[in-house]
Design a protein around this ligand. Structure first.
Ligand SMILES: NC(=O)c1ccc[n+]([C@@H]2O[C@H](COP(=O)([O-])OP(=O)(O)OC[C@H]3O[C@@H](n4cnc5c(N)ncnc54)[C@H](OP(=O)(O)O)[C@@H]3O)[C@@H](O)[C@H]2O)c1
Length: 194
């Protein structure tokens, strides 16, 4: 079923997810940092994707908190500080902190462990990559699992939103492999199931 999807952040991630979701038949509006445009896109959308730098979350919350009440909000951000280190962990996660800031929204953590280069296809060559989807709200989680499958990912239920405490360091590890250890961005995670 076609879903109206508002993407806040039209950079590498927002652009790639917009392409993938449009190809899957959804109606997509992606916007940059202008507060009026953020509010408008969030009001129009049924599902809102957050694809901005971690440090920009409070700006988005300020612009769109009312507009996302009752809606599924997909947190694609990586909780990195200015030195590119993990900003939170162990006892909370960026996604759980976002849920506290948007108590009326249904926050889902997804796509953050994938490089933007593969977000429009969900694939690396012929291989589907895994999109781990973590959320407390079962319906919101189901919606995002289906959106991810529509793009082409192998979508996996990663449990409650608390699992973002594992997914955010996994994304950090992806960045380490890709950029620090020099493997580049033509890599990705795939969960094997026997
Ligand atoms: N790149 C990856 O491979 C990747 C993979 C997984 C997760 N992520 C995460 O996804 C998020 C976006 O990454 P990206 O690579 O797409 O970054 P990007 O290309 O720099 O795009 C960031 C977007 O956020 C907007 N933005 C910046 N400041 C803002 C603010 N204060 N309020 C609202 N919007 C603002 C930017 O708008 P302007 O263009 O107008 O400045 C731009 O549209 C980050 O949290 C990143 O950690 C990235």
């Amino acid at each position: 079923m076609a879903t109206k999807i508002g993407i806040i952040g039209d950079g590498n991630v927002g652009g790639a997810l917009a392409r993938g979701l449009q190809r899957a038949g959804h109606e997509v509006r992606a916007v940059g940092k202008e507060p009026g445009a953020i509010r408008e896109a969030a009001s129009w959308a049924e599902v809102v994707l957050l694809a901005v730098p971690f440090g920009a979350i409070d700006d988005v919350v300020k612009a769109a908190a009312d507009a996302v009440a009752g809606k599924t909000v997909v947190d694609v951000t990586n909780a990195l500080d200015a030195s590119m280190n993990l900003a939170v962990g162990f006892t909370t996660s960026g996604a759980e902190e976002l849920q506290k800031k948007l108590p009326k929204a249904r926050v889902v953590k997804a796509f953050n462990t994938v490089f933007a280069q593969h977000m429009d296809s969900g694939r690396l060559g012929d291989q589907p990559l895994t999109a781990f989807v973590a959320a407390d709200d079962p319906a919101a989680k189901q919606t995002v699992l289906e959106l991810a499958r529509g793009i082409g990912f192998d979508a996996v239920d990663a449990g409650p939103l608390k699992s973002a405490r594992q997914l955010e360091p996994l994304a950090f590890f992806n960045i380490q492999l890709g950029y620090v250890l020099g493997m580049g961005t033509q890599i990705g995670f795939k969960l094997l199931q026997g």
